[in-house]
Design a protein around this ligand. Sequence first.
Ligand code: IMP
Length: 430
Amino acid sequence: MARNVVIVGAQWGDEGKGKVVDIFTENADIVVRFQGGNNAGHTVIVGEEKYVFHLLPSGILHPGKTCVIGDGVVVDPEVLLNEIEVLKKKNIFRPEDLLISKNAHLIMPYHKKLDVARERLRGTNKIGTTGRGIGPAYEDKVSRCGIKCGDLLNEEDFRLKLKANLMEKNHYFKTVLHEEGFEIHEIYHKYMTMAQSIGPLIKNTSKFLAKAIEFKRNILFEGAQGTLLDVDHGTYPFVTSSNTVAGEAATGSGIGPSRIDTVIGITKAYCTRVGEGPFPSELQGEEADKLREQGGEYGATTGRPRRCGWFDAVALRYASRINGLDGLVVTKLDVLDNQDKVNICTGYKYNGDVIDEFPTEASILSRCEPVYETMDGWKSPTHGVKSFDKLPKKAQAYIRRIEEITGVEAIMISVGANRKDSIIIKNPFK
Ligand code: IMP
């Protein structure tokens, strides 16, 4: 029986989805990115080689698997071509294995400039975006003036849409932001040149996926960012501009929700966040520095140091509910190997009460104080361990406690960056 599996981040992104997708791609025929854009940074380490994918599905390293950039993604064609170029140089790019939805929207040069300019205007209220033009591209999509990948295939249509956009955008740049606008011919020629390379990859991917489902192919849907960055369910306004939750796997790839069999959430054994916004279990000072250094917690896209903190079970329970999680992958357990004590945030103190429901209002969440349950650290290496029962007993207890409090079973534990550093308890495709 074929299985269609969704993998989503259960925290604020950077949970290690790239590695997990890469591993489970073994069992999939097709890997689909369904939202976000090159704000993502999915790291896959194979042997000595490290790959960071911002736009290409992490399954691209596996020969014979089809990778799809779905309808809900926003595509910066320049970034896409650069990623393809890197793979071509290593002789691992097969054009027949990559499809880009004609419905996916394009990130245009003015989106990137707007993203950066808006952040500057927000000053101390900034969101801390990746500056890749993600928000403005989704804004145009929702305002119904966006330009789609499919428009690259029709020069005249593309030029007219670009012209209409530039009339409005250039006016805004000049009068509101006091910045230079864009020349139509420059963007037009640049995008038409890129269209020659990516044009043949642009397809009706929803139809392709429907056929694949009919023929009982296994499909892996690869989410980007994390549940708490979801535009509807995250810590708004400190969120990204797309739906990052499991439901989007259907909408963002053009299949019906009934076709999804399993939803897996990825969580680190602790918590991190990049950019601004509330983070109740955040650590400061030396404790945070220790986690950051041990976990190599620097953004794969922007290089920014990530904020670090203890595992937040309140947030994870919430993520479980919003996504309907069937299983959990706990990553980076080895990063906690040297801790004397480990804390799990089990509730929030707010206005004198202890609450156990995750408030999405940034103003409330920022005033929540974590209530911790403390466990002994295991103080011995988990790196290199191949099965759950070979993990130090206290590390096993930590995972069991996470399962108990969140109500979701762990199906895989990751104890290092490499593919081989993975303890698979249950394969979602089997
Ligand atoms: P944007 O997606 O660039 O608009 O950024 C909005 C917020 O989402 C910022 O706080 C970013 O740091 C965060 N963000 C976006 N993409 C990722 C990601 O892939 N991992 C972690 N945080 C992200």
